[in-house]
Design a protein around this ligand. Structure first.
Ligand code: SF4
Ligand code: SF4
Length: 412
């Protein structure tokens, strides 16, 4: 599909990339079948193929209507369409480019500006987020029901191991996860410690950049990425084997540093190295010899059924479908049957706040798909999904690494 770029965008970077992505689409429409928003709304413009057309039209005319932007806003950026697309269309990059350009030509209402501005300041700032969460949890009984539902319960972290091994891996502490689910990285550190690996969080590293980048504040997102690279670089030069990520939303973003900073003379090479080192904790465990740990944790009878929700960022962006299930199976976890595994839970970064109605529908669908086999617990691999599912699930919702940690701790 050829695109004639409008002169209004003549001096804009990223257009060659956008044109190439659009040209790869052959309009087959296979992607619409696996798009959660198309499945719900049954409108071509709420599916990937329709959105590609809308962006092409926007780049050619230089203008976008409010109505068209609603269809772009409704996209979850789940990238289920990328997994389905036989032509390798990088839809996720295209929607990011299209959305950023739309902010330049079509101003938002004051209310939208305030919400987006607040999210872009509060979420990536770990200290501010932690303070707001503390206030929310303390005064939860006084809050209106709609806000009450959004405040996650208090979670405590068990101790980080004190051992120091020769093998060292870096951990991304992130922004929201460190205060909303502080036990996740601590559990990862204990599991890796049992395998003879020290996990280290570098305090100067912060948000991966995803919140700002996906809210179309690209420069702020890129600044967060450069800050993280600077923070991690000394440990990487000292021989850190990997950059372990326990929130797949962040993992997907860090794996894109190489692409997003490829034209930055100072950071391009370092970004490439960081992206190469970024791995989900499931991949780390699959590359290790788990036999001894597994033998230690075997119990005679294990009847507990656990449902696993694979985040879109893990399966569609990082391409790690099935990895967590393999680790859980090695440790003898009984996986509950679930359906529609490819579909988003409706969390999608800030989507649950910006598109509450659609997000709620997707969440209800996800909860029934996860609980059809009556699990006693749900586990996942991304903080956003964990907190979102926890707002509606009737069983505990945790990160799966906590389950493995509990098994190891119970047997030591
Ligand atoms: S599946 Fe790929 S090529 Fe086909 S319409 Fe969707 S994006 Fe285009
Ligand atoms: S990213 Fe997800 S919601 Fe957006 S078009 Fe693709 S499949 Fe649909």
């Amino acid at each position: 599909m050829h695109t004639n770029i409008h002169q209004v965008f003549a001096k804009t970077g990223q257009l060659a990339e956008a044109k190439e992505i659009i040209s790869n689409c052959v309009h087959c429409g296979f992607c619409t079948a696996t798009c959660p928003t198309y499945q719900e709304l049954k409108d071509e413009r709420d599916g990937p193929r329709g959105r590609i057309y809308l962006i092409k039209q926007f780049l050619e005319t230089g203008s976008l209507t409010q109505k068209s932007r609603v269809h772009l806003d409704r996209c979850l950026t789940c990238r289920s369409c990328e997994t389905t697309c036989p032509s390798g269309v990088k839809y996720g990059r295209l929607i990011d480019i299209g959305r950023e350009l739309s902010e330049q030509v079509l101003p938002r209402s004051m209310a939208e500006k305030i919400i987006r501005w607040s999210l872009a300041r509060a979420l990536p700032n770990a200290q501010l987020f932690s303070a707001l969460l503390f206030l929310g949890q303390t005064f939860k009984p006084l809050l209106p029901q709609v806000l009450k539902n959004k405040i996650p319960k208090k979670r405590k972290a068990s101790p980080w191991p004190a051992n120091s091994h020769t093998r060292v891996m870096l951990a991304l502490a992130g922004c929201a996860q460190s205060s909303a689910a502080p036990n996740t990285n601590a559990a990862a550190a204990r599991v890796l410690d049992a395998l003879g690996i020290t996990l280290v969080e570098v305090s100067k590293a912060g948000c991966c950049g995803a919140v700002n980048y996906h809210l179309s504040e690209h420069e702020k997102g890129l600044a967060a990425m450069r800050n993280n690279i600077d923070a991690w670089w000394p440990a990487i030069e000292a021989g850190a084997e990997a950059l372990v990520v326990t929130a797949s939303g962040c993992g997907a973003m860090v794996q894109e540093y190489a692409c997003l900073l490829k034209d930055d003379v100072e950071y391009a090479k370092k970004a490439e190295k960081v992206s190469q080192l970024a791995v989900d904790i499931s991949q780390v465990l699959l590359n290790e010899d788990l036999s001894q740990l597994v033998a230690q944790t075997q119990v005679a009878e294990n009847t507990e059924k656990v449902a696993f929700h694979c985040p879109c960022t893990l399966q569609h962006a990082m391409g790690q479908s099935g990895a967590v299930e393999k680790v859980l199976a090695k440790f003898g976890v009984n996986l509950a049957k679930t359906s529609d595994k490819h579909l988003c839970c409706g969390s999608a970064g800030t989507y649950s706040i910006l598109q509450p109605k659609l997000s709620k529908t997707l969440l209800a669908n996800k909860i029934s798909a996860l609980t059809e086999d009556k699990p006693s617990r749900i586990v996942t691999a991304n903080i956003g999904c964990q907190l979102h599912i926890d707002t509606a699930a009737k069983v505990p919702v945790d990160h799966w690494i906590e389950l493995i940690d509990e098994k190891i701790t119970a047997n030591t």
